[in-house]
Design a binder for this molecule. Sequence first.
Ligand code: BES
Ligand code: MN
Ligand code: ZN
Length: 460
Amino acid sequence: MTPRFADPDSRAIPVRIVPKAGFDDWLGRQDEPLRDWVHACDFTGAAGQVLRVPGPDLSVARVLLGWGNHRDHTRKRFQMARAAATLAPGTYSLDGDLTANATEEAALGWLLAGYRFTRYAGKDRDVPLLRVPRGVDAARLIAIAEGEFLTRDLINTPSSDMGPAELEAATRDLAARHGADIQVTTGDALLDANFPLIHTVGRASTRAPRLIELTWGEGPAVTLVGKGVCFDTGGLNLKPGASMGLMKKDMGGAATVLGLAHMIMATGLKVRLRVLIPAVENAVSGNAFRPGDILTARNGMTVEINNTDAEGRLVLADALAFASEDPPELTICMATLTGAARVALGPDLAPYYTDDDALAMALSHGAARVRDPVWRMPLHRPYEAMIEPGIADLDNAPSGSFAGSVTAALFLDRFVKDTPRFAHFDIYGWNPTAAPGRPKGGIGMGARAIFDALPGILSI
Ligand code: BES
Ligand code: MN
Ligand code: ZN
């Protein structure tokens, strides 16, 4: 499924944006048949109302889209996607006085509404197409939507078809598409190459663990690290059924950095990009790692395992240590790392951690501009005591239920060196309730915000 716009010179049915403010004045300026039709259909300009206006032959001549008021827009993103979700296949155009930013959001929302996950059922139906609005960089929006669709597809694909090998294959496809290089270290080779934690977490699965590395481009170095736990049973600290149900999405960090990598490569951003994905399945078998085990990470730090379900920070520890050996200007880590993050901020606000105020400012600005909300969380150093067990350098799972997302971030931070600009996102990767442009299921979080902020952060 690929997002696309209609030809710029194709015939289109205009979709008129009708705000609630000034609705009566607007209506007063319309001709009588339209006024009657609007009244008869009870159209008030409320957010999300879609009114088809028939022409003389009773075909749809134009469409009115209720735009609501300012509050509706701070509450809901992608209002335009409501029209895209409701209207019949055909070609439409945007008609209304929107700011450049709102026009972009409308056009992107339209593209995002076209997503379908059709790998196992259903078909790629025809979707209504939007003519590129004036002033909009179509290629850029297509790249963003393609990146988001990639993320959604990867997360939605169940673990039976998205194990470590399939995640590697997806990364190879992406690399081939953009002429990027790829290197993969698999199975016991992880031990020789000194990725002990990735190997330990992944060794109980029949599907070999691996570290996937993609490199591309020239410019300031940016390293993206994504948690690729293709299924998280919890290991010997087995998750109860209800908590395990959605764990195909535990490679959501990997899926999101791959989506972001696509946006970067497809738009030819002038960066030296490196993507690192520790891809494993956290499984149960006789050779699974155990609670109480003490492991030595790539950087020599020892970690006491107090819960095999805190596996994400282990595989990321090796990947982040590796990333720090060739310190980039910016390191971004994305992971479905803790249930605590979801408890703190809910499913669609991405918590992130950084020590760098300027980086945080840039990310928050980008997030607001492209309506991809993120929220800065504290790397509160005094809590480091909670991840220091005494018997080893670090504890992977502090007992007690305090600040679980913060302590996980502090754990990761111990493996990042010589990289002042570091941000870690503890994302959920899943949309539990469908909304305009955001179907239920796998979803990217934070990638569009980062993509928007990157040029400013790197001065490119
Ligand atoms: N993948 C989970 C985190 C998760 C759970 C994300 C539910 C989103 C929804 C992670 O590997 C995990 O199990 N974390 C544990 C850590 C704990 C044992 C310290 C958690 O959050 O409960
Ligand atoms: Mn886990
Ligand atoms: Zn996990």
